[in-house]
Write a protein that binds this ligand. Structure first.
Ligand code: NAD
Ligand code: USQ
Length: 416
């Protein structure tokens, strides 16, 4: 369809930072398909980490240039362009690129996003902080230096709120408190990260707050839950457009891991009691949310609530209930295993199937989230993808070898 370009009907020039990744690639295609001009900026670090870990995407992803050329050959839209640039290390080049291209919007996916990888070794802890905090700060500082009115949409995480310390509904970014002295104020929800990775997202949030207040930047921070699924209608158009699928112990996220394990007849690796409650969203809803965020930039304002924060979440569910859904669908068994992570076994977040994370803002903008209970078709689609590429699975990479601390390593029998 011509001239759709999202909710406000305007075609924008959009940089998709991290657009070669699991979320970034389908989002880049989606934004292009609805009529935006897209430039992908990515240093391909995620592909290099695969090489270091000796793991690979379950799906055979083509090189960045090839997947972009394939899309451009199929689409009648403005061609997508790809720029190989490290946001953490190539600040001047990035500012120059912004000045030349004058984007309206930037979507920031470009961070090291795996909690287990961030806990694996001193080197991966330090890399995660260096890469993520530098990349985010370079983007913010660069927008100010460019002098352009660019709307930045960042992918944050539900993990900034902390899991397990909440009694009621998790709000969208802010809570109302009474300050010493009696004044009422809306402040950022306290940060309570569960990994070095999640801690970088808390640091990002503090940087956003400062730049929104001080430089009046337009900033949207999307606190996203665990993304599941693999292809969208657009990445399924050609095998060379296939999306990445992480299944290994460090990068694979829980529901996709379970679906892949089911396809391979591996018992589902439920950590601890599986009583941990987490937030989930399907990849096609991620694309829709970004479209909505792009169409609704916040007005700049110098106050405490200047950053627009939305929870990008369809629902919450306990890990063992998610495993049960997959087990019922596929017949594969669940296996409780020693938890490599330092996390509360149970929390008060949610009773089964009860949503206690607010996602009102996206719902008001028109999101109709995909719920796990009615997503058997989408889950089957993922197991079909996993079945098709089963021969690429390295079973030795399925168990996570990233332990949160010495106690967790000792409990797993992996201490030095
Ligand atoms: P991903 O690792 O697949 O993609 C991230 C991309 O960013 C990669 O292609 C990588 O090469 C690139 N990148 C990293 N550092 C860079 C740098 N310094 N310069 C340029 N490019 C760089 O991750 P993803 O799953 O697509 O996640 C994208 C974002 O969404 C992350 O910020 C993550 O924290 C957030 N998020 C992801 C999930 C999920 O379940 N996957 C859930 C919530 C939030
Ligand atoms: N888990 C298992 N078995 C497994 C893998 C995980 O029981 O085989 C459990 C973990 O213990 C954890 C939960 O499942 O309690 C989720 O783990 P995950 O690896 O799917 O997700 P997480 O580490 O939280 O990180 C992912 C993304 C990250 C994003 C985050 C959103 O990698 O980028 O920020 O989801 S959220 O969890 O809402 O913070």
């Amino acid at each position: 369809p011509a001239a759709s370009a999202g909710g406000d009907g305007k075609s924008k020039k959009i940089f998709v930072l991290g657009g070669d990744g699991f979320c970034g690639w389908p989002v880049a295609l989606h934004l292009s398909d609805i009529g935006h001009e897209v430039v992908i900026v990515d240093n391909l670090s995620r592909r290099k980490i695969d090489v270091d870990l000796g793991a690979q995407s379950l799906t055979p992803i083509t090189p960045a240039e090839e997947r972009v050329a394939t899309w451009n050959g199929l689409s009648s839209r403005e061609p997508i362009r790809f720029v190989n640039l490290d946001l953490a290390l190539e600040y001047d080049r990035f500012v120059q690129m912004m000045r030349e291209e004058r984007p309206d919007t930037m979507i920031h996916f470009a961070e090291q996003r795996a909690a287990p990888y961030s806990q694996k070794t001193p080197a991966t802890k330090r890399y995660t902080v260096d890469n993520n905090v530098r990349a985010t700060h370079n983007v913010l500082c660069g927008i100010v230096e460019s002098g352009l009115d660019i709307h930045l949409v960042h992918l944050g995480t539900m993990g900034v709120y902390g899991y397990g310390n909440s009694g009621g509904e998790i709000p969208e970014g802010y809570i109302d408190v009474q300050l010493p002295g009696g004044r009422e104020r809306s402040i950022l929800h306290p940060a309570y990260p569960g990994s070095v990775y999640h801690a970088t997202k808390c640091l990002d949030a503090t940087l956003f707050q400062f730049y929104a207040k001080n430089d009046l930047l337009r900033l949207t921070d999307l606190h996203q839950g665990i993304v599941w699924g693999t292809n969208t209608d657009l990445t399924a158009r050609d095998e060379r457009l296939v999306n990445r699928f992480d299944y290994d112990g460090e990068y694979g996220t829980v529901l996709n891991r379970f679906l892949m394990q089911a396809a391979c007849g591996i018992p589902l690796t439920v950590y601890g009691t599986g009583g941990q409650t987490r937030a989930f969203i399907h990849i096609k809803d991620t694309c829709k949310c970004i479209e909505l965020a792009v169409a609704n930039p916040p007005e700049p304002k110098p106050d405490w609530g200047a950053v627009e924060i939305l929870n990008q979440v369809a629902q919450t569910a306990r890990v063992r209930d998610v495993a049960r859904i997959v087990s019922d669908l596929t017949g594969v068994e669940m296996q409780l295993t020693e938890n490599p992570r330092n996390e509360a076994a149970e929390n008060e977040l949610a009773a089964e199937n009860e949503l206690d994370v607010s996602n009102r803002k996206f719902k008001m903008l028109g999101l109709e989230p995909t719920l796990l209970e009615s997503a058997a078709g989408l889950m089957t689609e993922v197991t079909e993808v996993a079945n098709k590429y089963q021969h690429r699975v390295d079973r030795s990479k399925v168990v996570s070898k990233a332990y949160w601390n010495k106690e967790r390593a000792a409990a797993a029998g992996a201490a030095d």
